[in-house]
Design a protein. Structure first.
Ligand code: SF4
Ligand code: SF4
Length: 196
């Protein structure tokens, strides 16, 4: 029926308007910024980098593989690999920037990261006077703890922790198995019978 969608929308608006006098469930608007509604668990805005432990630099899960940089549709991730004094590449980003003025919150970077190192934040109060430089965020601003990730997306974070722990245990078991033959007692070789 022509206009059915508009009618349904008006009915829902009327239900919320009159219902809000009787139930807080129907109160869909609040006096922001004094009042704030809690964020939904699946809310997302811009990406951040997860670190484990207390050291935001050393604990970064990111290994600078650059997969997210390649896959980001608007190309707003910039990564420079860390190198040691001999120029050998390290599994760590020296520079990790995201241009939030370009990011379209698609979450592709999160989906392609094999290390669960990048996740979506829910922070949205990011307005600033500098439209370009102010929205180019650097590694120290992007690094946020695993505890923070748990606060935002508890179910996902639990699942990731369990998976990472299982992978770590598997890798340790494999490493142990690889070392075991070299530490095992060598097979005994029969001694030659002395000549008479
Ligand atoms: S965030 Fe993930 S995909 Fe991107 S460089 Fe780091 S480890 Fe690779
Ligand atoms: S959310 Fe999308 S646009 Fe934003 S950095 Fe990730 S891949 Fe790029």
């Amino acid at each position: 029926m022509l206009g059915e969608g508009i009618l349904k929308g008006m009915v829902e608006t009327a239900r919320n308007f009159f219902g809000s006098y009787r139930s807080r469930e129907r109160l869909v608007t609040v006096q922001y910024p004094e009042e704030r509604l809690p964020m939904k668990e699946n809310a997302r805005n811009f990406p951040f980098l997860v670190y484990d432990g207390v050291d935001a630099e050393k604990g970064l899960r990111c290994v600078a593989c650059k997969i997210c940089e390649k896959e980001c549709p608007p190309q707003c991730i910039y990564i420079i690999l860390e190198r040691d004094e001999k120029g050998k590449p390290q599994k760590h980003p020296k520079v990790f920037d995201i241009d939030l003025s370009v990011c379209m919150s698609c979450q592709i970077c999160v989906e392609v990261c094999p290390f669960d190192a990048i996740k979506m934040d829910t922070e949205f109060e990011l307005s600033c006077a500098d439209r370009f430089g102010g929205l180019l965020v650097h590694k120290p601003q992007l690094a946020k703890s695993n505890e923070y990730y748990h606060q935002l997306h508890p179910a996902d974070a639990e699942e990731v922790d369990a998976r990472l722990a299982a992978e770590k245990a598997k890798a340790e078991a494999k490493a142990k198995a690889a070392v075991a033959p070299s530490t095992a007692k060598p097979p005994s070789v029969p001694r030659p019978t002395p000549a008479k």
